[in-house]
Write a protein that binds this ligand. Structure first.
Ligand code: ADP
Length: 260
């Protein structure tokens, strides 16, 4: 019932999506949306047609990062996604709610259904990459989302503290259970760079990323520093202007995997 083929057939006739990549984390607040947005922007800078489906329904942050406050409109074809300044297509529950700050208190099945509609009823048109900002954690909601969208691969976002508490292994095990190829690990908030001398400071101590990567046999795609300049761009809704080459290699690796 949940075969990949049937999920692809669910897609409306106005959407043609080549590659669907989920971005997951074992818990909230590690920068999953940040990483989703960063890889999406890098792919778009490479000239690909990119969309972001914000499946983090109870904590949607994608529209705000890109400064999108307009509401999505529908027409006879379906729901029309919003576009960023550089034409990344965005769909998020925040584009449907009247009040952005209203809490979403829907129960699990409704959350999952909404995400499913973002897949089936949004007019994505032609996309090379659709990135899914998955709900955080490894509970019921992320699991249902996993089962309702045909992911071609997933990226696991971790923070240095996750690696200590083994939260990353939960995310890894969930993806494995779902039989979805894991593209690699991204460690966010890995370090800070001293603004005066440029020295990297590992504020959480020596990273365990290499060890865990070896242990579970999953590639490291990249490490992102805590960057106050980008944090400010996020707050200003100007994320698309970031400059940081920290995930350039990650984008390249993902691209090599899916290049036709
Ligand atoms: P998640 O999606 O995992 O809940 P977010 O991506 O929303 O987490 O990140 C949480 C907050 O931390 C956001 O305000 C985001 O802008 C900020 N943030 C995340 N990663 C970084 C980073 N590397 N440098 C600076 N700020 C960051």
């Amino acid at each position: 019932e949940h075969s990949k083929q049937s999920m692809l057939e669910d897609l409306n006739q106005y959407s043609n999506i080549k590659n669907v990549i989920g971005v997951v984390s074992g818990k909230g607040g590690v920068g999953k949306s940040f990483v989703t947005a960063m890889i999406a922007v890098l792919m778009s800078r490479k000239g690909y047609k990119v969309g972001i489906l914000d499946a983090d329904i109870t904590g949607p942050s994608i529209p705000k990062m890109f400064g999108i406050t307009r509401k999505a409109m529908g027409n006879e074809l379906g729901i029309i996604p919003e576009s960023t300044a550089n034409n990344i297509k965005i769909m998020s529950v925040n584009l449907l709610l009247d009040k952005e700050d209203a809490p979403v208190i829907w129960r699990g099945p409704i959350l999952a259904n909404t995400v499913k509609q973002f897949w089936t009823e949004v007019v994505w048109e032609d996309l090379d990459y659709l990135f899914i900002d998955m709900p955080p954690g490894t509970g019921d909601v992320p699991l249902t989302v996993f089962q309702s969208i045909p992911l071609d691969g997933i990226v696991i976002v971790t923070s240095p503290q996750d690696l200590v508490s083994m939260i990353v292994k939960k995310a890894y095990n969930m993806a494995k259970m779902m039989n979805i190829p894991i593209l690699g690990l991204v460690e966010n908030m890995s370090y800070v760079k001293c603004p005066d001398c440029g020295k990297k400071i590992n504020i959480f101590g020596e990273s365990k990323l290499n060890d865990i990567s070896k242990e579970i046999g999953i590639d490291i795609l990249g490490r992102i520093p805590i960057d106050p300049v980008i944090a400010q761009l996020v707050d200003e809704g100007d994320f698309e202007r970031f400059s940081c080459d920290c995930l350039m290699e990650a984008a390249e690796k993902i691209n090599n995997k899916f290049a036709n």
